[in-house]
Design a protein around this ligand. Structure first.
Ligand code: ZN
Length: 300
């Protein structure tokens, strides 16, 4: 079976350790096709999309999870990767035109800053958000710190992306049952330490190339694992003319009129898929006919 564009879950049969694996091919191709970014920034976006898929699989929610890298002084001004519980993914990155950084390391790209993880569940459920500083030499280190701090779950993550694929693998040590004796707990800790040490040996090209069953076999050898079929993932954007209309209504008539005066039309381009939404003077006037205004919504 080809595992492209799939998220798969696995369990260690003899220890409270679970994992999630994802590999994006067509999803990654479609997510990046409208974006023009320097190679290292594109790779970071690919890794972030794979990570968003792993987060969505691992955290229980219905709605949208967003990973946002922001607030640093590196080459990346802002990077957003989003996944829904229905398996759709999208993302974009903005390069800071004023930045003089040229390096390709994680710190050069992000220049510190922070990782914001937010979940919107809709239907009156309060959105929640967690923030951790961007640390270490790779995105995976910041994500591991997010799970340690916000979810109190020891987590090990590896991520990779190239022009054709983006992939990720995440291991998590689950809370052991309270009845576990001292020697059993030590045994679980040994399994965890061995598994994370093995994961650290995985090369990016191996993570990108191997199917899930092949990877687990090569990495963990004869250890007893259960790999589930998993779910497919795909690229999808949720922008729409209705959402753009609501956003323009939120901006207000005076501002829209001044744009119309200068440019003849208002064009809003979706950051995720680059689809342009154009409103000429007649379209714009219709936005502000009494009674049609609704509460401001975000474009996306
Ligand atoms: Zn869009």
């Amino acid at each position: 079976m080809n595992d492209d564009d799939r998220l798969r879950r696995f369990l260690f049969e003899d220890a409270p350790v679970r994992g999630h694996w994802v590999r994006l091919s067509k999803t990654w191709e479609e997510a990046r096709e409208h974006l023009t970014l320097p190679g290292p920034v594109m790779s970071l976006l690919g890794e972030s999309l794979a990570a968003a898929g792993l987060f969505a699989a691992s955290l229980k929610f219905t709605g949208t999870i967003t990973l946002q890298l922001t607030g640093g002084t590196g080459r990346v001004n802002m990077l957003v990767a989003q996944a829904t519980d229905a398996g759709s993914l999208r993302g974009f990155a903005q390069v800071d035109a004023a930045s003089t950084a040229t390096g390709v390391r994680f710190q050069d790209l992000t220049g510190g800053g922070r990782l914001v993880v937010s979940v919107e569940q809709g239907d009156g459920v309060e959105p929640w958000q967690g923030v951790v500083p961007l640390v270490g030499n790779a995105l995976s280190a910041s994500l591991e710190s997010y799970f340690a701090v916000s979810e109190q779950l020891p987590t090990a993550i590896v991520l990779a992306a190239d022009a054709g694929r983006a992939a990720g693998l995440m291991l998590q040590k689950l809370p052991a049952p309270g009845s576990l004796g001292e020697s059993e707990a030590a045994g679980v800790q040994d399994v965890w330490e061995e598994a994370t040490a093995l994961l650290a040996t995985l090369q990016p090209e191996e993570l990108l190339a191997w199917n899930a069953d092949e990877l687990l076999r090569k990495l963990f050898g004869s250890r007893d694992l259960r790999l589930f079929d998993g779910e497919s993932v795909h690229f999808a954007c949720r922008c729409s003319r209705e959402r753009v209309s609501a956003m323009l209504q939120g901006i207000g008539k005076a501002e829209i009129d001044s744009i119309l005066e200068e440019q003849g039309a208002v064009t809003v381009t979706c950051e995720f898929c680059q689809k342009p939404y154009r409103f000429d003077a007649v379209d714009a006037a219709q936005l502000f006919i009494a009674g049609t205004a609704t509460a401001p919504l975000q474009l996306n």
